[in-house]
Design a protein around this ligand. Structure first.
Ligand SMILES: Nc1ncnc2c1ncn2[C@@H]1O[C@H](COP(=O)(O)OP(=O)(O)OP(=O)(O)O)[C@@H](O)[C@H]1O
Ligand SMILES: [Mg+2]
Length: 374
């Protein structure tokens, strides 16, 4: 088992900064997911751990050992890629054993590890088949098995599920999570899919354009995103954003977007100030699943809206609305049976409202917490 530590690590290709001053400590036994949009530097970060990319700047450690100049084969890692590239003419058993034979592991030890791995991921009945006699999901399991037999200190996985269809992806996702619970080996897992990140990660590192945005548990990222990027990336459907201006004063201070007025949530009162003082502009964020329709009660704001499109999902409905002159998405109970064209009262619970600085994109809540901690 091992930790992986990025200490001010950068990777440049000519003028392209693929990874920019990355500081990240992956704990022993942790399932760390690197997530972000295409081109943000996930694969490059993973390949630096594997030793397949040279590091332009900084220090990378596996355990206590600086590995900047250690050859890939001496790093005690195993990597699983999106394309599983099994040897087509070899049986599953030989595919699993091949890497160990190359390393001159004794035959009895190879047999022990292959059988144990086959049991761990339920390949026992498939050991004598060739890859072409397997389904896509089974092939991906064999690829996983090839990494498991190595008994590495760290598993590196780059989008290993993206070739599978939706149903198989959900199954294999659970299998990898189960595997992690059993082996308790450190896993660094790359995906652009925030659902995969949220469901599998012990912690998630969100990246954008080569820069680490936030590291935290799934719940921390969902409840307290540090900036607008993370807020919009984590959660599905994505968070709604409204441009709002501060109006009024004292207890009557509101965030106004067109005709909609949202009382300033109590926790933001001090930092937002009032209309007379700051007259500031902010971006208010609210997740679709936190909106509701019907009668408001308690600490809420009301926003008149028109339903444009209704997507019926069985237990819920996904509503595309026009409200405050903007497009808003809400997820509500399917019992509401909303129809296109309906005039609705959308309820905004004040304790679920996020506020972001329009220039920096930083969350006001996160700023407040940083100030409190300082
Ligand atoms: N060999 C290379 N030469 C030049 N630029 C590269 C090279 N490899 C990657 N890059 C650039 O570095 C950046 C990060 O690439 P990387 O492959 O790490 O992205 P990613 O987050 O894995 O994206 P994806 O989700 O599409 O796989 C991109 O802008 C990419 O174009
Ligand atoms: Mg990639």
């Amino acid at each position: 088992m091992a930790t992986v530590t990025f200490d001010h690590v950068s990777k440049r290709y000519g003028d392209v900064v693929a990874v920019n001053d990355l500081n990240l400590e992956i704990r022993d036994g942790e399932f760390m997911v690197l997530v972000g949009p295409s081109g943000c530097g996930k694969t490059t970060s993973l390949r630096m751990i594997a030793g397949l990319e040279e590091i332009s700047d900084g220090t990378l450690r596996i355990g206590d050992r600086v590995v900047n100049d250690v050859a890939p084969k001496d790093r005690d890692i195993a990597m699983v890629f999106q394309s599983y590239a099994l040897y087509p003419h070899m049986s599953v058993r030989d595919n699993l054993a091949f890497g160990l034979k190359l390393r001159k592991v004794p035959k009895a030890e190879i047999d022990r590890r292959v059988n144990q791995t086959a049991e761990t991921i339920q390949l026992q009945k498939l050991l004598n088949r060739k890859p072409k006699e397997l389904s896509g999901g089974q092939r991906q399991r064999v690829a996983l098995g090839r990494a498991i037999v190595r008994e590495p200190a760290v598993f590196l996985m780059d989008e290993p599920l993206s070739n599978l269809d939706a149903k198989l992806r959900v199954q294999t996702r659970a299998e990898i999570a189960r595997l992690h619970q059993r082996l308790k080996t450190t896993i660094v897992y790359v995906t652009h899919d925030q659902v995969e990140a949220m469901t599998m990660g012990t912690r998630i590192a969100v990246m954008s354009e080569g820069l680490l945005q936030q590291v935290g548990t799934p719940q921390e990222l969902y409840d307290r995103p540090v900036n607008r990027f993370v807020a919009g990336f984590i959660g599905s459907p994505a968070m709604n954003f409204l441009d709002v201006a501060v109006k009024g004063s004292g207890d009557g201070t509101v965030l106004e977007a067109n005709e909609v007025r949202i009382p300033v949530p109590p926790r933001f009162r001090q930092i937002v100030g009032d209309g007379a003082g700051s007259g500031g502009r902010f971006i208010a964020g609210i997740r679709p699943e936190h909106l509701d329709i019907g009668q408001a009660a308690g600490d809420n704001a009301i926003m008149p809206a028109t339903a444009d499109v209704v997507e019926y999902l069985g237990n819920e409905e996904l509503l595309h609305l026009t409200a405050a002159g903007q497009d808003i998405v809400a997820v509500v109970d399917a019992e509401h049976r909303v129809r296109p064209g309906d005039q609705l009262q959308v309820i905004i619970p004040l304790d679920k409202v996020h506020l972001f600085d329009p220039e920096s994109g930083l969350s006001l809540g996160a700023q407040r917490e940083a100030t409190a901690a300082a």
